[in-house]
Design a protein around this ligand. Structure first.
Ligand code: ADP
Length: 301
């Protein structure tokens, strides 16, 4: 199966005419709660694409935690190894979006911030497993997870998001595939990624640090991929994008499902790009993820 070890959040989204100033009370238009967190998004995306998806992480002992567990289950994610942490709240992101689509976001890690070795111990990897990692749980435990998965012979795919302040060079060797977007790549290599040539140079640097496969997600431009024996740029699938939230998560899920089914890297990147493109045609995080029939249809066109 495809395992995800990562964050589970509830997004609390308020639509407002303008963002409030300190001390200001204003009346918003509407409010919604939407399951999110990069880990949960990727686990749900895998399940929807027909992959066998198992998630390990934590929620708090509150109503959001129960709702998050139920939504993972409803999406087909095996979630019986998710721990309910009685010491804290579920992870939340409090988001205000104004008429200009600008936002204020407050992220509270909550239970995600407590994920530790005891959670990692519930992750039952084998040499045929794929492990999806992101950076919304403590960095040290992500490092430990990558190293132990690598030792078992599992395939480790790291989405270095949100962009890390420091990223030790020794960690690259424990990652099989790293999938930064342009901003995260800049944080890792120290120069901006605007062109294909920038991506090529960045990928070479990351490969030299020890990760064999580097996939740079360049938003509406496309994807650059470098493996040990191949390198290519893939333009985006043309779609009318309305909301790019969780596009990167959808990409990683498409990539993982294709690899789990034995497809070569070029095809897996194509599945990732298709899954990412489809997610931009719908709004929200987990609400924007497509099912397998939609992906298959899209890939046939
Ligand atoms: P992230 O969401 O991690 O910031 P990107 O914005 O690069 O990552 O999006 C991930 C992937 O989703 C892209 O590499 C691409 O395949 C697809 N994608 C994103 N934006 C668009 C778009 N406007 N049109 C088509 N595909 C897109």
């Amino acid at each position: 199966p495809i395992f995800t070890f990562g964050s589970i959040n509830m997004d609390l989204v308020a639509r407002v005419p303008k963002l409030p100033k300190p001390g200001e009370t204003l009346t918003g238009y509407s409010f919604s709660t939407v399951p999110g967190g990069k880990g949960a998004n990727q686990a749900v995306a895998v399940a929807k694409l027909g992959g066998s998806s198992q998630m390990v992480g934590r929620v708090g002992d509150d109503a959001f935690g129960q709702e998050l567990l139920a939504s993972l289950k409803a999406a087909g994610v095996q979630s019986d190894r998710i721990f309910i942490d009685r010491s804290t709240s579920s992870g939340v992101a409090m988001i205000a979006v104004n008429d200009q689509s600008e936002n204020h976001i407050i992220v509270i890690a909550g239970a995600n911030g407590n994920v530790d070795q005891s959670d990692l111990d519930r992750l039952m990897l084998t040499d045929s497993s794929i492990l999806l990692l992101q950076l919304e749980i403590p960095f040290e435990i992500v490092q430990t997870a990558a190293r132990s998965a690598k030792a078992i012979g599992a395939t480790v795919i790291l989405d270095p998001a949100p962009a890390p302040a420091v990223f030790p060079d020794e960690l690259y060797g424990a990652i099989d595939i790293i999938t930064p977007n342009a901003t995260e790549t800049e944080q890792l290599v120290g120069f901006p990624i605007q062109t294909q040539a920038d991506a090529e140079r960045a990928a070479e640097i990351l490969q030299q640090r020890g990760t064999k496969t580097v996939i740079i997600k360049m938003g509406a431009q496309g994807v650059y991929c470098a493996t040990e024996d191949d390198r290519f740029f893939m333009p985006v699938f043309p779609v009318v994008a309305i909301d790019t939230v969780a596009a990167g998560d959808a990409f990683n899920a498409g990539l993982a499902v294709a690899l789990a089914e034995g497809h070569p890297m070029r095809e897996a990147v194509r599945w990732g790009a298709a899954s990412g493109a489809l997610s931009t045609t719908k709004s929200g995080a987990q609400s924007s993820l497509s099912d397998r029939a939609t992906l298959d249809d899209f890939l046939r066109k």
